[in-house]
Design a protein around this ligand. Structure first.
Ligand code: GRF
Length: 196
């Protein structure tokens, strides 16, 4: 653990409910942390407004401006993050896959939350696949990001039951409530140097 304040960037693509949970926990619990930037890959990500309402700097690197030029997109992200002097990158519903060069810029310091009990159901549509798979439980995983999709070292998981009559929506809602508890706790652990 560094005694200095950690500077965190949170990357989003959508509503940013996990981002809000992390920001709110960091403030309520007095983490030695500054949420230096909330960055989206699309301007319509409503989480940008929620971040701004919390007084956090926001930026957007629009993926559409980089069609077929993924490395350049990554480079622009890295530049934004370096401008904000970020130590940790927290992906919270960020829908882009980051390349090796991005990861090399923040070695061992990129976290993600995935809505399944990895290694089950990497990729998309996890709730529908868990229902179709007849799972009795489901959940979410926080992991360090590696260059294999949804397969970096697992930092923590939260489990929920799959209930009779569950739909994708009811199950997603149950998992999301757990995400909002698990992710802040795991980010706090990471910045405290307690990931082992
Ligand atoms: C969460 O379920 C997260 O696990 C997934 O996308 C959703 C993002 O929700 N990757 P939000 O933007 O944090 O509200």
């Amino acid at each position: 653990m560094t005694s200095a304040t950690s500077r965190i960037a949170i990357l989003i693509s959508g509503t940013g409910s996990n981002m809000c949970a992390i920001v709110d926990a960091s403030r309520a619990e007095g983490w030695p942390t500054e949420i230096a930037l909330v960055l989206a890959d699309r301007p319509e990500a409503t989480g940008l407004e929620r971040a701004a309402a919390r007084g956090i700097s926001t930026a957007c690197v629009h993926y559409r401006d980089f069609r077929g030029r993924r490395a350049e997109f990554d480079l622009n992200l890295v530049e934004e993050l370096r401008r904000s002097r970020v130590d940790w990158v927290v992906l919270a519903g960020f829908m882009r896959i980051l390349g090796a060069e991005f990861l090399a810029a923040f070695p061992g310091r990129v976290l993600n939350i995935h809505p399944s009990l990895l290694p089950k159901y990497p990729g998309l549509n996890t709730h529908a696949r868990a229902l179709a798979g007849g799972e009795v439980d489901h959940g979410c995983t926080v992991h360090l990001v590696s260059d294999a999709l949804d397969a970096g070292p697992i930092v923590g998981q939260a489990r929920v039951p799959v209930l009779e009559g569950d739909t994708v929506e009811t199950l997603a809602q149950r998992v999301l409530l757990q995400e909002h508890i698990l992710y802040p706790a795991m980010v706090r652990k990471a910045i405290s140097g307690q990931l082992g």
